[in-house]
Design a protein around this ligand. Structure first.
Ligand SMILES: CC(C)(COP(=O)(O)OP(=O)(O)OC[C@H]1O[C@@H](n2cnc3c(N)ncnc32)[C@H](O)[C@@H]1OP(=O)(O)O)[C@@H](O)C(=O)NCCC(=O)NCCS
Length: 172
């Protein structure tokens, strides 16, 4: 198992396929049931086991007493050599507001820079106001879009029919 320098005193390691089901098990609670049953289904589908098999070396998992308290699934874009991508991030509600999410992002930014990346991208659902606030605080710009949702620029049908998204970009 690859251990990494701690974050805010918490052990950090690379996720493994054994972490797949434990991470799925916390999603609904950590996301507060956002989007109801459909939101729950979509979140689970966004984290298939392959993320824990093939994206492990660019992802991070934070624990406390062996319990998962935060994770970031990201990767260096294989097709866009200047870019990296944060696919999914979550922090246990009990551990929020202490800088853990920011520290995870900074760790991924450093990893991206070390690997020659100058742009980080991420997307989120327009209803996820917390995610928008967090990404804005972390220096991401919400890219212009042809549609608006509650004042935010939206990419309509970005992930398929009816699956609108906010698109974030940060220049490192
Ligand atoms: C978004 C999330 C990862 C933030 O984690 P966190 O550990 O609480 O974030 P931090 O404590 O590191 O906060 C970093 C900065 O973002 C700000 N921030 C974080 N969440 C915020 C929110 N909901 N509203 C406004 N600002 C917020 C903090 O105030 C802080 O800014 P500061 O340095 O000026 O104080 C966490 O709330 C979470 O897991 N949410 C549910 C999952 C989710 O939506 N993930 C993102 C989409 S995939």
């Amino acid at each position: 198992m690859t251990t990494l320098p701690p974050l805010l005193g918490h052990p950090v390691r690379r996720p493994t396929p054994d972490d797949h089901l434990p991470v799925l098990a916390v999603l609904d609670r950590w996301w507060g049931g956002l989007g109801g049953e459909e939101g729950s289904r979509q979140r689970a589908l966004l984290l298939p086991k392959l993320m824990f098999q093939h994206f492990s070396s660019s992802s991070f998992l934070v624990t406390a007493d062996e319990r998962i308290v935060a994770f970031l699934i990201g990767f260096l874009s294989p097709s866009r050599p200047a870019e990296s991508y944060i696919h999914f991030v979550g922090v246990d509600p009990a551990e929020r507001g202490k800088g853990l999410g920011a520290a995870l992002y900074e760790r991924f930014f450093a990893y991206s820079r070390e690997n020659g990346r100058s742009v980080v991208r991420a997307i989120t659902s327009p209803v996820n106001k917390d995610s928008h606030a967090f990404h804005t605080r972390m220096g991401f710009v919400t890219e212009p879009g042809p549609k608006e949702f509650e004042g935010l620029p939206v990419q309509p049908d970005y992930d398929g029919p009816g699956l609108d998204r906010l698109s974030f970009r940060k220049d490192l």
